[in-house]
Design a protein around this ligand. Sequence first.
Ligand code: SAM
Length: 251
Amino acid sequence: MQRYFVPAGQWSDDAVRITGSDARHLAAVLRARPGERIIAADGLGRAAVAVITRVSPDEVVAGLERPIAKTGEPAVRVTVAQGLPKGDKMETVIQKGTEVGAVRFIPFISRRTVVQLDGRKEEKRLERWSRIAKEAAEQAHRGVVPEVAPIATWRQLLNGTGNYAAAFFCYEKEEALAFRRHLAELKSRHPAPDVLLIVGPEGGFAEEEAREAVAAGCLPVSLGRRILRTETAALVALSCIMYEFGEIGGS
Ligand code: SAM
């Protein structure tokens, strides 16, 4: 059954109105017919099975049949702050991070970032990244489309660490293997915390940045004795958090 995110404003008490590229995909590609079923989600945690009643090239209307209680939303809410990587690695982080359960992505610029984006380029990248998050959320049966925030400066990122129950700074030079202990301690305080995960770009972090992150209240954590690619690190750290909070292995 095809699954679509339909903005909350396009829901009524008994139907949803699908428009734009999703409507065109249903009408022209899938040749949907009245009577067929789809799953609609509003991106805010509400989902329902709906029966198509009307199909036109730019709009498909479906009557709400029954709500879907379980959506794939984790209790622990992880924001992945990813040092802007080269090429299409950010797309990999967003796609796979959405599948694993991240709720937000913050691309950021730091000392060793090599990618330069002007205003127009940044706007187009953000549109593409948001589309990737939506498609990955539909495929993963998420109840919410993860947000892709505008590109932040290092200082802006550190200024926001106080909004989280914990901010983990994935630091390739961190010797102690204590991530599991930190997560267990966090879980004992917060069963459903907001967590920030900071991952550096290909060039990693300067020592000064590590000091600034700790001063901003971040906990430096090692992800093991091997150096991971930047696009691997966030997924490993995210999976550890999901596992520790029972989203993967149960409690
Ligand atoms: N240029 C660095 C070096 O050669 O040591 C490697 C940086 S790594 C490719 C990119 C980012 O992934 C790091 O800044 C860190 O956030 C994360 N990372 C990779 N391996 C890690 C590890 N073993 N422990 C903690 N973080 C790691």
